[in-house]
Design a protein around this ligand. Structure first.
Ligand SMILES: NC(=O)c1ccc[n+]([C@@H]2O[C@H](COP(=O)([O-])OP(=O)(O)OC[C@H]3O[C@@H](n4cnc5c(N)ncnc54)[C@H](O)[C@@H]3O)[C@@H](O)[C@H]2O)c1
Length: 442
């Protein structure tokens, strides 16, 4: 029979709350209690996944600024009214209510809650990017070191079956010499998130290499297994600018004569989202705060930010960027992020001394120079977008986080903030290289 334990604090005395390090190797005799801060798209998705395992996880409290989002979340997880808060500060002021907290507020609101909850003894699952500036990202890494809190960053790509199998196959190509990696963001995805939506302005959130591609730079470091020494970068905002607006276009798509011709038409995207599932429906939900009705979509098209013409927004983040990376030992990588693609999985080629490994987010093709044969592995999971759960990455991230906390097994967490801060440093360095036209040495 498996030995179970009641929760202990860091001094080993019985406590109503557990920490990951307080019961090493011994499962808790109750579910891990999790508070959710920011119950929007990501917070709700993670809580929904954790709720699949009621014997291991319980959603115990929520803080969210939006009344409808908060009420829906509290009802879904049967959270009593005295554990439902309008702001993370209110939850923090209440004293410790759970074992762990998921911080899924927007990027600029990561540092303050992460610091406060770590100081209160919570372990934390923190959405990426860690924070919008290098100083704040480093500060969160320091908070983890100072308080002993485990802070896991939501680098979901580290947790996919595809990545696990890719890492297992990589030794077969010998030593990695160079890598080519593409993040095809997708035209309507880019228009939704980075032209009309939350991540359109550098001063409100951050530059797109951080908000979109900190995943990619982190993932390259994870699979290559070496430190970056130097970086350069080029790119910018090529297309979604007022000077590219067709003469007949109006400020809003709803009354635009081009709405059935324009590839970025909001009326087409969000009305498709009412009929279709998948990513388009996810975006329509974001646009209407979850109300999937014709009236809500029409109102949001007429009044909200997601109804604007893509050439008449206040966006400034880059829509295409390339980054060159030199790793220890002379290994090189080139990375491209671009808006101008279908909604596809990332593509990567690893060039090794004995072969080549090519991946499309689902299939892996291993070519052996000696036999001149290709072996193909189908990892069977597709759908790398957030709406599709990042090809199993969301579910496995939450499973690992819950299991780590419940079983006292910190090694299950593959994305500790300490590692993630290193990846973020590379992203900030690449952006400095782009802005200054220089090669930046790390
Ligand atoms: N891991 C990934 O691949 C991935 C994908 C998309 C987004 N993200 C990141 O996840 C985070 C959340 O993004 P989202 O799409 O869920 O955004 P969202 O806008 O849907 O959710 C954020 C929520 O925070 C709430 N909030 C705002 N201020 C608050 C406060 N003071 N206290 C409590 N709640 C507050 C808002 O009401 C909102 O419901 C961001 O940092 C984003 O960059 C990560």
């Amino acid at each position: 029979m498996t030995r179970m334990t009641t929760a202990m604090d860091s001094r080993g005395t019985a406590s109503p709350h557990a920490n990951l390090h307080s019961h090493p190797g011994t499962p808790l005799d109750r579910p891990v209690r999790i508070a959710v801060v920011g119950a929007g798209a990501r917070g709700a998705a993670y809580a929904g996944l954790a709720a699949q395992w009621p014997e291991k996880a319980e959603i115990a409290a929520v803080a969210d600024a939006r009344p409808t989002v908060r009420a829906r979340f509290a009802a879904r997880h049967s959270i009593p009214a005295d554990r439902v808060f309008t702001d993370w500060r209110e939850l923090a002021a209440h004293g410790r209510l759970a074992d762990a907290v998921i911080v899924a507020t927007l990027d600029a609101d990561h540092l303050a809650p992460a610091r406060t909850f770590a100081e209160q003894g919570y372990d934390i699952l923190l959405e990426k990017p860690i924070a919008p500036t290098e100083a704040e990202s480093t500060a969160i890494g320091e908070v983890a070191a100072r308080t002993g809190a485990v802070i896991a960053v939501c680098h979901v790509m580290r947790y996919t079956r595809y990545t696990e199998q890719l890492r297992a196959l990589l030794p077969q190509i010998g030593d990695i010499v160079s890598v080519e990696h593409l993040e095809p963001v997708g035209a309507y995805h880019f228009a939704h998130s980075f032209v009309r939506g939350n991540w359109r302005r550098t001063d409100e959130t951050a530059f797109s290499l951080l908000t979109k591609s900190c995943h990619d730079i982190d993932w390259l470091g994870h699979v290559i297994g070496r430190r970056v020494l130097r970086t350069s970068s080029f790119g910018g905002l090529a297309h979604f600018r007022p000077e590219n607006r067709p003469a007949e276009a109006t400020d809003r798509c709803l009354d635009c004569p081009l709405q059935n011709l324009c590839p970025y038409s909001a009326t087409t995207l969000y009305r498709d989202g009412l009929r279709e599932g998948g990513t388009k429906q996810y975006f329509t939900r974001v646009m209407t705060a979850g109300d999937l009705t014709e009236e809500a979509v029409t109102r949001a098209l007429a009044e909200g930010p997601y109804g604007r013409c893509v050439y008449a927004c206040d966006n400034d983040v880059a829509d295409h960027q390339v980054v060159s990376l030199e790793y220890e030992g002379g290994v090189t990588a080139s990375f491209t992020m671009t808006a101008f693609t279908p909604l596809e999985n990332r593509h990567t080629k690893f060039f090794g001394t004995r072969g080549q490994l090519t991946g499309d987010g689902r299939h892996l093709h291993l070519y052996d120079f000696r036999t001149e044969r290709t072996t193909t592995v189908d990892t069977s999971l597709d759908g790398s977008s957030a709406a599709e759960g990042h090809a199993g990455g969301d579910e496995n991230l939450i499973r690992c986080f819950v299991d780590a906390l419940h079983q006292g097994r910190p090694e299950l967490i593959r994305s500790r903030v300490e590692d993630s801060v290193e990846g973020h440093r590379v992203v900030f360095a690449a952006e400095r290289a782009r802005l200054t036209g220089t090669v930046v040495t790390l």
